[in-house]
Design a protein around this ligand. Structure first.
Ligand code: HEM
Ligand code: CU
Length: 444
């Protein structure tokens, strides 16, 4: 099929989906996704620094047609601190596009791909540490409509689940940093639809009228949990399981949406009411936030649903007892330089390699090298301060100029000691050791 013409993609924020595609031909679709690191509300009184595709979690919904040529622009806002990229599960190609889209703040990357396979696909950032970028909200959905289109639905909505890991316990107030430790243990403090607790409840509920057909485009960004997606009080008439569009499954109660996967659920509104969207792993819904509302408005049908006909005795379950948090796992303490280097390698991979690169070579004009870096010849105190306090402004490393921003690294003394010892003993640097005591003494 030839690609005819060109258009700008219509992008929407959840819970809205772009309009159905009525074109009968393939075209070139230009997509501009702007990455923004923004502070926002995760729950009442709880703030979080989200990393987003377009300013909100989940990222903008992208809708194209099978056969389209998609020209993807990934714009990393200059105020951002981190490099980012994009892996679209709708792409056949290295890293789903990630290999072509690593983008430093203030830069923009462009690549294109052919939407060969119809389906509802997840996209996400794949910059190391990947789980951290995804946990901070870097995921969204791209729908590749089949050539023949989808059956008509009166209303279409975009719902995406994600799990969040905060330093403080669920409900702890204020700006909460990301907890890598809890993410590794897969113990989220929050599990939410559309980026925050209550994003789809009360006056933010999604709505429809009795008699209408409703379609939910459901995604799960994870990074870790599989959703048992369910709408209390509705049977899905058709589910396109795992976003596969060939044959819908009929009459489904709960559909599994894997992390990095999707589903499309269609149902007809036959009665009025407030129907509750949940992850049916129910403590996630009732204790961690995975709860939304669908309000159906219109006349009752007592045959479909009678309402209360008798007063019966109801014995509720007891209120859940909160179990105190287990003490945080403590990483084994390195006993000598060799152990420090080994432990530091992992700290480097998780925190530094995204910018300074796994081989320490950096990225020209963006991130200075740590390999054979003359900056590292400064005294230990200065290096410890550079990492714990961050660095910005004009800088020369090995004769090359840099003018970027490195955020301050809020890591324990042990981790800073290990990562610096690893750096000192890698890629032709001069050797040496940094101990936790050094870090404690010189921390910025
Ligand atoms: C500069 C270490 C993570 C971006 C530096 C320097 C060191 C260093 C020693 C001084 C210049 C040099 O020797 O090349 C580390 C360590 C990290 C880390 C140990 C992990 C804990 C990162 C990350 C980023 C980054 C993840 C990107 C978000 C930068 C930038 C500069 C720099 C832009 C230059 C700042 C300027 O131009 O003033 N880093 N880095 N670093 N780093 Fe990192
Ligand atoms: Cu990212």
């Amino acid at each position: 099929e030839p690609v005819v013409g060109e258009e700008q993609a219509v992008l929407t924020d959840a819970p809205n989906a772009p309009p159905a595609i009525t074109r009968k031909t393939a075209t070139k679709v230009v997509v501009h996704l702007e990455v923004k690191e923004v502070e926002g509300r995760l729950a009442d009184g709880v703030r979080y620094t989200f990393w987003t595709f377009g300013g909100h979690v989940p990222g903008k919904f992208i809708r194209v047609r099978e056969g389209d040529l998609v020209e993807m622009h990934l714009d990393n806002h200059p105020d951002n601190k981190m490099p980012h990229n994009i892996d679209l599960h709708a792409v056949n190609g290295q890293g789903g596009g990630a290999a072509a889209s690593l983008t430093a703040p203030g830069h923009s990357s462009v690549f294109s791909f052919k939407a060969t396979n119809p389906g509802l696909f997840v996209y996400h950032c794949a910059t190391a540490p990947v789980a951290m970028h995804v946990a901070n909200g870097m995921y969204g959905l791209i729908l590749v409509e089949p050539k023949e289109g989808l059956p008509h639905a009166d209303r279409e909505y975009y719902v995406m689940q994600g799990d969040f890991y905060t330093k403080g316990a669920n409900g702890e107030q204020g700006l909460q940093p990301f907890s890598m430790e809890k993410a590794i243990q897969e113990k989220p403090d929050y599990v939410v639809f559309n980026g925050s607790v209550g994003a789809m409840t009360g006056d933010k509920a999604i709505t429809g009228n009795v008699g209408e057909t409703v379609r939910l485009f459901i995604g799960d960004g994870g990074p870790n949990l599989t959703s048992s997606f369910h709408v209390i009080g509705q049977i899905f008439d058709s589910v396109y399981a795992e976003g596969n569009m060939s044959t819908p499954t009929k009459n489904v109660q709960t559909t599994m949406v894997p992390a990095g996967g999707s589903a499309i659920a269609d149902f007809k509104l036959t009665v009025p009411g407030t129907f509750i969207l949940v992850d049916h792993s129910l403590t996630r819904a009732f204790n961690k936030g995975a709860l939304g509302m669908f309000k159906s408005v219109g006349p009752e049908d007592k045959l479909v649903y009678s309402g209360k006909t008798e007063d019966q005795v109801y014995l509720p379950e007891g209120a859940g007892v909160r179990v105190a948090d287990a003490p945080a796992a403590v990483a084994p303490v390195a006993q000598n330089k060799a152990e420090r280097i080994k432990a530091g390698e992992a700290v480097f991979a998780n925190n530094c390699s995204a910018c300074h690169q796994p081989n320490g070579a950096g990225v020209p004009d963006a991130f200075p090298p740590l390999a054979k870096s003359d900056y590292l010849k400064n005294d230990k105190a200065k290096i410890v301060q550079t990492v714990t306090g961050g660095l910005s402004g004009k800088l020369k490393v090995n004769g090359k100029a840099f003018d970027g921003v490195m955020p301050a690294w809020d890591l324990p003394d042990e981790d800073i000691a290990n990562v610096l010892t690893y750096v000192y003993n890698s890629w032709g640097n001069g050797g040496g050791e940094v101990t936790p005591a050094d870090v404690k003494a010189h921390r910025a």
